[in-house]
Design a protein around this ligand. Structure first.
Ligand code: ZN
Length: 285
């Protein structure tokens, strides 16, 4: 019993002492993919349904966090979930910023979106049949369009997208990055949606077709097949204006922060869903 207790404690310590975040939490990704799938054209919906693994049962949301689950097996994919920009500049430039820790160009979330978009454009063309794993390309793309909409996935370099900024979320110790991946969404679900993610999805869906309908058209706009640079530029701006703003090491973040930032999270989730659908529609259209 004692041994078992020790193991449990050790596991919990290991889990919480090394908070490495790779994107919205499971709910954030689930929400974005769930918002996207009903917006697909017939051609895109067919392609997605062909490419999804059978166990997903045609539910893109159920595999939207797959890229996080394979990050240890696919070690090379870890830098593809985010972009590090120069500290305090609050700007993003592809050439300057889209590289991994070793300085290898294109290895960031914007580069990954471009890469998997290109791969998916070969769908239905015989020449590419053996060249790419298009199921994985679809799961990566769906996940990364989500990640690039999490403001702190386009954060500062020295704090690793606020992963090293310790805060308190109400009574719980954590890091600022996790607040934006998970805490704001979960607190909103508990307080306003009966702890039911489906209710939050319904509310966002309704907003997209009513109060945001004109804006949603503008969110879809892209003069190429995929427009990750635009999303990344918005991301670092939101990170500076909302995520980092007013937060210091050991800040206690409560209602003031939660209630003023919740609309930003809702907006980014909605934009992520609308743009994922628009991108897949352009790819498979
Ligand atoms: Zn991720």
């Amino acid at each position: 019993m004692e041994l078992c207790k020790f193991h449990t404690v050790a596991f919990v310590v290991i889990l919480f002492c090394f908070p490495i975040a790779y994107g919205w939490g499971t709910d954030g990704h689930f929400i974005i993919c769930r918002l996207a799938q009903p917006r697909l054209t017939k051609a895109a919906a067919n392609a997605v349904s062909q490419l999804l693994p059978a166990y997903a049962q045609n539910d893109l949301g159920s595999v939207c966090s797959w890229a996080d689950r394979v990050r240890f097996r696919y070690h090379w994919s870890a830098p593809l979930h985010f972009i590090d920009t120069p500290d305090n500049l609050c700007t993003y430039q592809y050439k300057r910023d889209c590289k991994d820790g070793d300085g290898i160009q294109d290895r960031c979330v914007a580069g990954a979106i471009n890469n998997y978009t290109t791969q998916l454009l070969s769908y239905g063309k015989a020449s590419s049949a053996s060249q790419y794993n298009l199921t994985e390309a679809l799961l990566f793309l769906s996940h990364f369009i989500g990640d690039i909409h999490q403001p702190l996935h386009v954060g500062f370099t020295s704090d690793r997208g606020a992963n090293t900024i310790d805060i308190r979320w109400y009574n719980t110790k954590g890091v600022l990055h996790h607040v934006w991946d998970t805490n704001i969404i979960e607190t909103a679900e508990k307080r306003f949606y009966d702890s039911d993610v489906e209710e939050l999805i319904d509310a966002l869906q309704k907003n997209i077709t009513t109060v945001w309908s004109a804006q949603a058209k503008a969110w879809e706009a892209c003069n190429k097949i995929a427009c990750p640079d635009l999303y990344a530029s918005e991301g670092i701006k939101a990170a500076c204006d909302w995520a980092y703003k007013g937060v210091d090491e050991n800040s206690v973040l409560e209602d003031d922060y939660f209630l003023s930032r919740r609309p930003v999270v809702n907006l980014r989730l909605a934009q992520g869903g609308v743009r994922l659908a628009a991108t897949l529609n352009r790819i498979f259209g």
